[in-house]
Design a protein around this ligand. Structure first.
Ligand code: ZN
Length: 221
């Protein structure tokens, strides 16, 4: 939801975008990817797939983390390190692609729940910028959180105004046909739509409306 809204927002602001999809072997990979593809296509944005799926083995194989990888990366305190590492990787690949501004869909509700997120993103900007400037005096890296002061329910309202179809945004952590309505992703989504005073179109549709077995390859610039 947040990423789809971010793409719509950046398109509305006139940014020339390149989207990144990180395949880290998440349980809901097929559905997340199908939604990412439909939303980038809708707003005319090329998408680059970063495949670090093999890391999943390290996360859920040997160590006593929960089996759901989302729990490892988001809920587990050490998972914040993984989030930081993934963001650093995307920033680095972005710089290689001659893109010096990275926007993330992190919103105020995320930051309230995980205060370390804000600090780690500020630090990330400093580190990447330090590296970029050491190579080229006239280059500058910027990390933007356009929804950093916006609650998740307000993000939904922004997306609605900009034409995001929330049927095709996946929040459930499970790889199931229709949302499980039990996991944290489903709970947070339900709360956000309720606060926004909007009906979740995905619940009415009973799932997403795009093919979920699409090839997970980049869509060229
Ligand atoms: Zn769920």
């Amino acid at each position: 939801m947040d990423s789809a809204t971010l793409i719509a927002w950046a398109a509305d602001q006139g940014y020339d975008q390149l989207a990144f999809f990180v395949d880290y072997g998440q349980d809901n990979l097929d559905r997340e990817f199908a939604c990412a593809r439909i939303n980038t296509q809708k707003f005319g944005v090329p998408m680059e797939v970063i495949n670090i799926r093999s890391l999943r083995e390290s996360f859920v194989g040997r160590f006593p983390f929960p089996l759901n990888l989302y729990d490892c990366t988001v809920k587990n305190p050490l998972g914040q390190i993984t989030t930081f590492a993934m963001s650093a990787l995307v920033a680095g690949i972005g710089v290689l692609a001659d893109r010096h501004t990275l926007m993330l869909g992190i919103h105020h509700t995320d930051i309230e729940l995980r205060p370390v997120l804000r600090k780690s993103m500020d630090t990330l900007e400093d580190i990447v910028n330090y590296i970029v400037e050491s190579f080229a005096d006239d280059e500058h890296f910027k990390l933007m959180l356009p929804f950093g002061k916006t609650n998740r329910s307000e993000v939904i309202k922004i997306g609605q105004r900009l034409g995001v179809d929330y049927v095709n945004t996946w929040s459930c952590h499970e790889n199931v046909g229709s949302p499980c309505n039990r996991c944290e992703g489903c709970e947070e989504r339900r709360e956000a739509f309720s606060l926004a005073g909007v009906k979740d179109p995905q619940l009415e549709a009973g799932g997403i409306k795009v093919p979920v077995r699409a090839n997970r390859t980049s869509v060229p610039v």
